[in-house]
Design a binder for this molecule. Structure first.
Ligand SMILES: [Fe+2]
Length: 196
């Protein structure tokens, strides 16, 4: 149905004979989410708002995914710097949770629909999955450096994109996130950095 969230249906082995074949998939990578839009008095052109909402939802997915991956590191890190990294990772995850909320609320403010469940985020995130073989401090720091670096890059690009679409408020949100993520990246990289 037009304008509805459309989680696609499981196929193959996931289907059970005799039951409705239209079942929601548990495989997030198969989820397709159709955009929904709502009327608003915000005076940005509809086409710009639609692009901004899509972009915000993309970064909502990234931020949600990165938050959960940072928690994964918080729980599983081992080694001589365990406690300081355990705390550092938790602080970063808490900050990402705030950005998840701000990105979602900006998408809704623009007349959009926030696609913010864990499954939606997993389906839409541009980040690679967290390595399950990471054990010691440097494994986790390097995995997070790679992912925070990718997210930082995507957010930086979004600052200009939002500005070019005439939405300085969204550009400002991205600028705030960009500055904070760059700082988090520094806190992580300082553990493994060498002189260039
Ligand atoms: Fe904790």
């Amino acid at each position: 149905m037009k304008g509805q969230i459309n989680l696609i249906h499981a196929t193959g082995a996931a289907k059970r004979p005799g039951r409705d074949s239209r079942r929601f998939t548990t495989m997030a990578s198969r989820a397709k989410i159709k955009a929904r839009h709502f009327s608003t008095h915000i005076d940005l052109p509809p086409s710009a708002r639609e692009q901004l909402i899509d972009m915000l939802n993309d970064h909502l997915a990234d931020a949600f995914d990165l938050m959960s991956q940072t928690k994964q590191a918080h729980w599983n890190v081992k080694g001589k710097d365990f406690y300081s990294l355990h705390l550092l990772f938790d602080e970063a995850a808490g900050e990402l949770a705030e950005f998840v909320d701000e990105l979602a609320e900006r998408a809704v403010s623009l007349g959009g629909y926030a696609t913010g469940t864990a499954r939606m985020a997993a389906a839409n995130s541009a980040l690679p999955e967290y390595p399950t073989d990471a054990v010691d401090c440097s494994d986790h720091v390097r995995a997070l450096v790679e992912r925070f670096g990718l997210f930082a890059s995507r957010v930086r690009t979004a600052i200009d994109a939002a500005g070019e679409m005439g939405d300085q408020s969204t550009a400002d949100l991205y600028t705030e996130i960009s500055r904070a993520i760059d700082k988090r990246l520094w806190f992580l990289e300082a553990h493994v950095q060498r002189e260039a």
